[in-house]
Design a protein around this ligand. Structure first.
Ligand code: ATP
Ligand code: MG
Length: 265
């Protein structure tokens, strides 16, 4: 709605996780490199954790967009099903059809698919987002999937992605078997204070290089409010743009951000 006023092609601080807007902060860049390395070396299980709104889903979508076509992916965004339903969802997201939905058939089908891909020099990646919601049975099922291997390498690369509770969950004694198999781990951190300005400018530029000026002292406030969490930065900046539109302002100072912070509290 305010896009025209600022000369924007799209909304710069949209809260959807769009890989086209992926900003390579130090932590996001490291996470992406770890995952690309883990996938190409066929390590098996990987773990990505991070606080709410730090960019885990955006990172996964960016990863999928960067993988070459011979790497097949199955991306489970919200694994709130039973363990068999989870298996079905995995298979279906790989693009396979199931005639019988029992565990044995599903595993046979998946194994055949993975062996075939592997023999053609490809690879397969399963990403489970919101994995902090998986129960012990589902995690055990995932551990069993990580057993699918040749004598040299894993047939399925599995990335578990979740909020910090996921780490706490995996620390439970009964889950030590899956915990021990995790080869790549990365904790996504919020943006550093020095990255906040670059992040905002990056998103504005991608959205169409609008005629907007954010006064430098505002960035301290934005950091203080958001602690570098991208979703909170987006919420505040989106609110500020709306505020500017209503008041017909294109220069943003601390007063505007303070007023928006009050509204968002
Ligand atoms: N590296 C990044 N580059 C650009 N935008 C980002 C980045 N990280 C996060 N964002 C933005 O922040 C918002 C939240 O990101 P995302 O949904 O990926 O977080 P999340 O960690 O998956 O959150 P949750 O824990 O609630 O699932 C999105 O609007 C997304 O566009
Ligand atoms: Mg998410």
């Amino acid at each position: 709605m305010y896009a025209n006023f600022y000369g924007l092609k799209t909304l710069p601080f949209n809260i959807t996780s769009n890989p086209g807007f992926f900003f390579e902060s130090t932590s996001h860049k490291e996470a992406l490199s770890c995952l690309l390395y883990g996938i190409s070396s066929k390590t098996g299980l990987m773990l990505i954790t991070g606080e709410v709104g730090t960019g885990k889903t955006t990172l996964c979508k960016t990863l999928v967009s960067k993988l070459p076509p011979e790497v097949k992916t199955s991306f489970i965004l919200n694994p709130c099903f039973s363990d068999v339903q989870l298996l079905c969802a995995i298979i279906e997201d790989f693009g396979l059809n199931l005639f019988k939905k029992n565990r044995l058939e599903i595993i046979k089908k998946l194994n055949g698919f993975l062996v075939d891909i592997n023999s053609k020099g490809g690879n397969a990646v399963l990403i489970v987002d919101e994995a902090q919601n998986l129960n012990a049975r589902q995690l055990e099922q995932i551990r069993l999937l990580s057993n699918l291997e040749t004598s040299q390498e894993k047939l399925l690369q599995i990335i578990l992605v979740g909020q910090p509770e996921l780490k706490a969950k995996l620390d439970q004694f009964n889950l030590r078997q899956i915990r021990q198999r995790i080869c790549v781990k990365h904790d996504i951190l919020p943006l550093a204070e020095t990255e906040v300005r670059d992040y905002i400018e990056f998103r504005l530029k991608l959205a169409g290089e609008p005629n907007i000026e954010i006064l430098p002292e505002s960035y301290n406030l934005i950091y203080e409010f958001s602690k570098g969490v991208p979703r909170l930065i987006n919420a505040l900046c989106d609110r500020a743009l709306l505020y500017g539109f209503v008041k017909e302002k294109k220069v943003f100072d601390c007063e505007i951000f303070k007023a928006c912070m009050e509204e968002l509290k």
